[in-house]
Design a protein around this ligand. Sequence first.
Ligand SMILES: [Zn+2]
Length: 210
Amino acid sequence: MSDVSRVRWTIIPRTAPEPWLDCSRCGESKRFRSSDKIRVNANGKRVDAWLIYKCTACGSTWNRPILERRPVRSIEPDLLLSLHGSDSALTRRLAFDVEGLRRSAGRVEQSDDALVVETVLSASTMPVRRLEILCSVAEPVGLRVDRLLANRLQLTRSRIAGLAKAGDLALFPPGSQLRRPVRDGMRLVLDLRRSPADTLGGGGSLARPT
Ligand SMILES: [Zn+2]
């Protein structure tokens, strides 16, 4: 065993991206949330489908176009069934399609509310001298890298920034930023030679004598 500990953090967002839209009932811009319901309108040989969003203040609805005037024959039967049944896997996939949402809505807010599941890839001897974290993010999330690290390692964000400034925290690929949301495949490498693990709070990856 070495003194390098490698873990994977699988980050699962709990809240889908939310568009800000002009709500006619509220009379101002409000945050809308997916209702996880799909409305389908089959008119002869054409099908329209929308994912229904609701104003978080008053419940007014906004229909996000999913299919517009699509010939029914061009739609996979399974997809048509899923649309009619508001299949939960489909509504989740659509709700997390942040690029598609931006095309319809403009301003979109991404939540930093996420579940983080840790898997130890290779255990180390104690004390840990180097911690490598591989981030796995299947769906877009608004969780910033510094906030993720602060939460998991039980440190303040200013401490995280200090570690980066001192060269004891490196982000890959190059150009990744602490203040930007975590992305799939990102690698965070903590050099703990100057900041032993036992001074980094008690949290998660560092506390466990694996
Ligand atoms: Zn409203």
